[in-house]
Write a protein of this length. Structure first.
Length: 125
């Protein structure tokens, strides 16, 4: 009789394959969550830059005109860019020798509305 010789195992068992697939799936899901969160942050930062540009643009428009043509009061308008609507509010107050200009740009859904506020003073030339 021949002695019993155990042959070397080759390949992987079904359990090992299942564990490897499970670990890979967990890593992929975690990575995709980081990707989605990163994309949301990039979009939010882009919206802040756009709002800042809109507020700066309005301030520059008001600083470019003659001091006497800058009217005291409040004005509102809205601008739609890149599938987002930005509401711009301009409040001008007379502080004596200067005019205070306050520009607020708001955007986003109700309850999650975001805004940026820029203030400057305009003096007579």
């Amino acid at each position: 009789m021949r002695p019993f010789v155990q042959k070397a195992k080759k390949g992987m068992s079904l359990v090992e394959v299942m564990v490897a697939v499970l670990v890979s799936a967990i890593v992929m899901v975690g990575g995709s969550l980081f990707f989605v969160a990163g994309t949301d942050q990039i979009n939010l930062r882009q919206q802040y830059r756009t709002a800042s540009r809109l507020a700066s643009q309005k301030l520059e428009e008001l600083k470019a005109v003659d001091y006497d043509t800058v009217v005291i009061g409040e004005a509102k308008d809205s601008v739609t860019l890149k599938n987002s609507t930005y509401s711009r509010s301009v409040v001008i107050k007379d502080t004596g020798s200067y005019k205070q200009v306050n520009v607020t740009v708001s955007w986003g859904p109700a309850g999650q509305e975001r805004n940026i506020n820029l203030v400057t003073f305009i003096a007579p030339k």
